[in-house]
Design a protein around this ligand. Sequence first.
Ligand code: SOE
Length: 380
Amino acid sequence: MSTPHSTPLGVAVIGYAFMGKAHSAAWRNVSAYFDVPEVEQTVLVGRDAEKVAAAAQKFGWKESGTDWRAVLERDDVHIVDVCTPGILHHEIVLAALAAGKHVIVEKPLANTVAEAQEMSDAFEAARTNGQHAIVNFNYRRVPALAVAKRLVDEGRLGAIRHVRISYLQDWLSDPASPMTWRLRREQAGSGALGDLGSHAVDLVLHLTGERIDSLTGGVHTFVSQRPTTDGALEAVTVDDAAWATARLSGGGIVQLEVSRAALGKKNGLALEIYGELGSLSFDLENLNELHFFDSRDAAGEQGFRRILVTEAGHPYVGNWWPDGHIIGWEHTFVHQFAEFLTSIRDGTESQPSLADGLRVQRALAAVERSAAAGGSSVTL
Ligand code: SOE
């Protein structure tokens, strides 16, 4: 039985690779920046005892473990956060819900519709117990996309006519890129379709607030075999790319395209929504910006305006930095400290040095001296 309001809420993350790392950073920061119940990074779980212990220490977890079932029995774990390959989502989520835990699960929810249905049904029962569960469609929480949602909900776009969304990556462009669990149907469920298409479909449904009533679509695999670690070739059993043309319940048309073989695109999520009254466009490569066209602007002054979504009134960003300080700004501090700690470890000179600070100071003082001298030239 969960204890939803006891604090701190103990968290267990299952999986310590890319998503485990990203979720760890989020758990580490969330209570420091947002007014939310206190959380505790109780335990990080993975299959390899040594590797998960090292990751736990690095990412700030109190403990590590290799047995997710044992973790579900603990009273000090209230939230179970599933960052495993898709093949384990169904089993772990059902068990976590049965154990009374709140659940976060990475996208896509499951490898099959049947699994997803069972998980969703299990949650319907668990919610009466006060439990909570989410699928981590994290792009909904990009501030610019939250503003997009607000504009659509306020009717600023009017009826939606077109949605164009593409999510393109290129890490599978090279046929020599090795086999991974993401390329095995039994482990991942599907390829770019589930991995990237799940985000794209969720954004379309979330932002428009409509249903997809019908669609035509396709999938394609460009490279059908890939090298394994021992040099053999293994068949790729998922798609490299997928696409669909869909009709929304309100009559709009959706064009959706996802690929992990779009050379040059590293993590390109682009979205355009065209409505009867206004239009929006967004590109994750410029995630602090939203472009908005309002047909009610004065004639002769119309055009897409760039909204820099960094102000206190915008969703989420006020909890980070003052107006105008983009998200991503905080990473420069981490980078600075990483350089500093590296130089301490390596015995190299730390920079920017105090001498650099002095140079700057001299230049500033020279400006004042020049100003005092009526703008005449001064030497440093
Ligand atoms: C890999 O393609 C991946 O990490 C996805 O699994 C994530 O959901 C996406 O946000 C970034 O790319």
